[in-house]
Design a protein around this ligand. Structure first.
Ligand code: ARG
Length: 564
């Protein structure tokens, strides 16, 4: 039953406003004593020429009561209290019928949405900061997919640019082949750092690097082969991490993919009169928009990051005719994307309005002890391995006889890390703290996972004694109703998460479900009750909760465990 729609239809009989408009105004009150749905009367004041309070009082008496226990007015709000038992029956029947597709919809059918995420740089370490874009993007990808959007996950690898010229110079002089095979990224980073040190003394190295990059751009075989080798070695390392996280992409079209697609962009900019010479470089002036110029070509003719982003956006529009093109990239690149989108608009591409930069904060560490292999960066692979280890220790302590301990530790531990990254508003920096993150109490991944496993354990115990004799009219406690009401809000949370491109809305939601379940569990017996009908009704609540927790965690990219 669509309560919002019913309410909107009933109100529409008395006011001059469309049902859809009214529906959008309906709110879910923050407290139970304010009802289950509330309608604010402010917007009606003008057309009805009455005070909102007077409108609320009047409408209250006019409302039909079917499906509602009562309708009240709290000040200028109309407050609707649903008929609890029928609400619970409706909701639980729906969840148990739809199972893992509960919460999904097809509102996005036929719409292509690009989610670009992760996008690490070749030959550079994949560090803990990269998990932010990877986790947010992966989750948005899944969240969009759940509502029928055709999500396209793109890893815009940083695999092109003048740094490859430098890497080639460094490789030719200083590479240690054995080290390269053993620890490719470490070795590539070592020689890259060495290049910069040496180039301070011998500036001819820079010229040499430019020459190699030029040859690479022109398709010279030797350079191409080396570049490919760096890329393959790095990708293999990145893929190890993606496997651990269970993250996938539909396309690895990175910066190099646009090597032959930039000329046409430069020509278009030129023909539209947007390119200006500045110290030998070619730029698009953006001072009208209070932004520094967008550099398109360097003085030596080399293209840059921004040029490739322009080409990528054009290509994506042409190839996917996207409804939205989302870039999950750290907030420090905010200006870069504003420049790109503005330049596209200056070129006359109105679809630039459908491009969106989804920024996020930084990762800091509460305890400095986290092992760092390279200077200040903590490698994500190390972090994930450490998490698995720590989680296994916790399991050994709490439940030493558990089956598949290693597998459980992996899912729980990695899930805990992802959960911690997706818990707060993405713009906020996160402070990474092992104790917080792995705790079974508080708003953590393990807490939610534990709640799920607890539910599953109840259901296992109930096997054989459960039957279809369910009587929802026997559900009378506050906790039962509050929990079912929370379960009912799943789709709404997902829709809001899409609206704000904010996975944390789903994270907060699963935390709410877990909390609500534990309140229910702590004050309502489930297995130890005589009344069959009530027992089965409560078991259905447990099952519905498990379904929602499982689906909710999946949308975050977190895998559940049946026992822990
Ligand atoms: N490789 C870049 C970096 O690590 C991120 C790429 C972001 N995506 C883009 N389309 N520019 O900073």
């Amino acid at each position: 039953m669509d309560y919002k729609k019913i309410i909107a239809e009933r109100i529409s009989k008395h006011v001059d406003m469309e049902v859809e408009e009214l529906e959008k105004l309906i709110e879910i009150p923050p407290k139970a004593d304010m009802g289950d749905f509330a309608f604010p009367c402010f917007q009606l004041a003008k057309s009805l020429r009455k005070a909102p309070l007077a409108i609320a009082v009047e409408l209250k008496d006019k409302m039909e009561k079917e499906n509602f226990e009562r309708v009240e007015n709290l000040g200028p709000y109309l407050n609707f209290f649903v008929e609890k038992q029928s609400f619970m029956k409706e909701t639980l029947d729906k969840i148990l019928k739809e199972k893992q597709s509960y919460g999904s919809s097809d509102i996005g059918k036929g719409k292509n949405v690009i989610v670009e995420y992760s996008s690490p740089n070749i030959a550079k370490p994949f560090h803990v900061g990269h998990l932010f874009t990877t986790a947010i993007g992966n989750s948005l990808y899944k969240i969009l997919g759940s509502q029928g959007y055709n999500a396209i996950g793109i890893n815009h690898l940083g695999d092109w640019g003048t740094q490859f010229g430098k890497l080639i110079v460094a490789y030719k002089r200083w590479v240690d082949e054995e080290a390269l095979l053993k620890n490719p990224i470490d070795e590539l980073l070592r020689i890259y750092v060495k290049f910069h040190e040496e180039a301070k003394i011998d500036t001819s190295l820079d010229d040499e690097a430019r020459m190699h990059f030029k040859k690479l751009e022109d398709g010279s075989k030797e350079e191409q082969e080396l570049w490919k080798r760096f890329r393959d070695l790095s990708l293999k390392e990145f893929e190890k991490v993606y496997d651990m996280l269970g993250v996938k992409f539909d396309s690895y079209a990175g910066e190099s993919f646009y090597g032959d697609k930039m000329d046409s962009v430069v020509e278009e900019l030129e023909s539209k009169g947007l390119l200006v010479e500045s110290n030998g470089a070619k730029v698009v002036m953006l001072d009208e928009y209070n932004m520094p110029p967008c550099m398109i070509k360097k003085a030596d003719g080399a293209t840059i990051y921004a040029t490739r982003d322009l080409a990528a956006a054009m290509y994506r529009k042409k190839t996917y005719d996207f409804y939205k093109n989302i870039y999950v990239v750290g907030s420090p690149q905010k200006l870069h994307f504003k420049q790109i989108f503005t330049t596209l608009k200056l070129m006359g591409h109105e679809w630039a309005n459908d491009c969106e930069h989804v920024g996020f904060g930084m990762v800091k560490f509460a305890d400095k002890k986290l092992s760092t292999r390279k200077g200040d960066v903590v490698l994500l692979e190390d972090l994930l391995n450490e998490t698995k280890k720590k989680t296994l220790e916790i399991i050994n302590e709490k439940n030493p006889n558990l089956e598949d301990k290693k597998e459980v530790a992996k899912k729980l531990g990695i899930g805990a890390v992802i959960f911690a990254y997706l818990k707060n508003n993405r713009e906020k920096d996160i402070v990474f703290d092992w104790n917080d993150m792995l705790s079974f109490e508080g708003e953590t991944g393990p807490y939610v996972q534990y709640t799920y496993a607890r539910g599953k354990s109840i259901l296992r115990k109930a096997e054989g004694i459960r039957s279809n004799n369910v009587d929802y009219s026997k559900l009378k406690t506050k906790e039962e109703f509050e929990l079912v009401k929370t379960l009912e809000g799943f789709n709404e949370a997902i829709i809001l998460a899409i609206d704000k491109l904010e996975p944390s809305i789903v994270t907060r939601y699963v935390i709410e479900v877990a909390k609500s379940f534990n309140k229910f569990y702590n004050s309502n017996s489930i297995l130890n009750i005589e009344d069959e009908d009530l027992k089965n009704a409560r078991l259905n609540i447990v099952e519905a909760t498990c379904i929602v927790l499982n689906s909710g965690l999946k949308l975050l990219g977190v895998e559940t465990v049946e026992k822990m």
